[in-house]
Design a protein around this ligand. Structure first.
Ligand code: AMP
Length: 469
């Protein structure tokens, strides 16, 4: 309820914007921090991505500074440009009715564009320490009027070596400013930063059970590229969820839509190339239950707010945690439980570890759901040589020829080259055993090994080849 936000001190016009963003109740960190923050207290909060911390400091800033300033009155420092962008977007949305101008400042983008936005008058700046410092040195960013400083993801900023820039920036602003420090972890450096600059901060700890996304169970499935459609169809056939399926590219969205439509699933797709009217129709169809499956890119699904999405499926894994959080935030809404399933190939598994660390949430490994006995798969599983290969692209095969058949390494290699039409260079290590041997062959020739060789015989014995997992 909008009144729950107003009750804890969020200004009316900000609460109105928040309601439009689909937030129903303040999160624990918002409840705890906003009243004190609005009063002007400094704050030291342990909170991860996903707790609603941006909404917390955004409400405090928008409640304490007037809009329409010539030079900024609040500054938010973030470790990365993605976060600077995301924070400025979210706070910008919250400011829809209060009229505060938010400008993002970060490296790697045109500095002139950012300068001209500052010159037009910005109330709030969200930026990375390096670029902010640079802007101060060029005298295009004046911090003389700063009333509130936010350090977001302070631990990461210190890890990235930004401490000197941060302290430099702090010296450029009035000493009596209010400071809000957010950090997922509390290493020594972060504590020092907090207590050196804040005499008596309000301390807040948000436990991991209080993460906004906690109503969403997170899983991942290890599956090769070539078997993703197989795994997807299993989930769709067995769990029958109302789901949003994310792909990394527009092209992949189109391909998957065509494939699933061909398999008689009722799906629709949205991405940035489709006209707005079409996208709106598709979203209405999903909201009103005419379809249950939507395939989307991140851009097209931004801010999508549909209450009864049961599954978010990452058909392709996103490469940064903020995108991941945004995607899985499409389910588990309005107090319902949601499920997020990510397909990861073997060389993407490190992303799972990284996302777990960044969000302090667990992403549990699960298997592709089983079909009932005798039930046929909509899509057949194939041998995915990419998934089975080592970092050099080699896959191990067992072949039923060995010393007892009169074979050594050279003869065996010759036999394979001739009968499976494989290039010499595509054969790796060979271990010859008594009755069978293990041969490494490049994944590009995997099918020839398993399809062509079994058509041959050696002295009347049929050749058998097996892929080793
Ligand atoms: P953050 O911790 O700032 O990264 O926020 C995580 C996600 O939670 C973002 O997608 C926010 O839009 C969303 N969020 C923040 N506050 C609320 C709230 N009170 N209710 C629902 N969602 C929220």
């Amino acid at each position: 309820m909008i009144s729950d936000f107003i009750e804890i001190g969020v200004k009316d016009d900000v609460a109105k914007a928040i309601a439009e963003m689909g937030w129903d109740n303040p999160t624990p960190i918002q409840k705890e921090s906003i009243p004190a923050g609005i009063e002007g207290m400094d704050m030291f909060a342990q909170a991860q991505t996903g707790t609603g911390k941006t909404g917390a400091f955004g409400s405090i800033i928008l409640g304490r500074i007037e809009a329409g300033g010539r030079i900024p009155r609040a500054i938010i420092l973030t470790p990365t440009r993605e976060l600077a962008n995301q924070v400025s977007e979210e706070v910008g949305k919250m400011a829809k009715y209060s009229g505060h101008e938010v400008v993002a400042i970060y490296g790697g983008a045109s500095i002139e564009g950012q300068i001209s936005k500052l010159e037009k008058g910005a109330d709030i700046v969200a930026g990375t320490p390096g670029r902010v410092r640079d802007m101060i040195d060029r005298r295009v960013l004046n911090l003389a009027d700063i009333r509130i400083l936010v350090l977001d993801e302070a631990d990461r900023m210190l890890d990235m070596g930004f401490i000197e820039d941060i302290e430099y920036i702090m010296k450029a602003m009035p000493p009596e400013r209010q400071m809000l420090l957010f950090s997922a972890t509390l290493p020594e450096g972060v504590k020092r930063l907090a207590y050196d600059y804040m005499p008596k901060p309000k301390e807040i700890t948000v436990s991991r059970d209080e993460v906004v996304l906690d109503l969403t169970k997170q899983y991942y499935i290890s599956v090769g590229r070539r078997n993703k459609t197989w795994a997807l169809c299993r989930i769709l056939d067995i769990d029958k969820p109302k789901a949003i399926i994310f792909c990394q590219t527009k092209k992949m969205v189109d391909i998957l839509e065509e494939r699933l439509t061909g398999l008689k699933y009722k799906v629709e797709a949205i991405h940035g190339d489709l006209p707005q009217s079409r996208r709106e129709k598709v979203i209405r169809d999903l909201k009103e239950g005419r379809i249950d499956l939507l395939i989307a890119t991140d851009v097209a699904a931004r801010g999508l707010d549909i209450d009864d999405i049961e599954y978010v499926i990452n058909y392709d894994m996103p490469d940064d945690v903020d995108t991941y959080i945004h995607r899985i935030g499409r389910t588990g809404r309005a107090g319902r439980e949601g499920v997020a399933v990510s397909f990861v190939t073997s060389n993407e598994e490190y992303l799972i570890r990284e996302f777990e660390a960044r969000t302090a949430m667990e992403i549990v490994k699960r298997d592709v759901p089983d079909k009932d006995e005798g039930e046929r798969d909509t899509v057949r599983k194939v041998v995915d040589y990419d998934q089975l290969s080592d970092p050099f692209g080699m896959v191990r095969f067992e072949i039923n020829l060995g010393k007892n058949d009169g074979y050594g390494k050279v003869m065996l290699a010759d036999f394979i080259i001739r009968n499976a039409r494989i290039r010499d260079a595509a054969i790796g290590k060979i271990e010859v055993g008594a009755d069978s041997s293990v041969v490494e062959v490049h994944r590009d020739f995997g099918n020839r090994m398993t399809m062509d060789l079994p058509k041959c015989k050696h002295k009347g014995k049929r050749i058998a080849v097996e892929v080793l997992h």
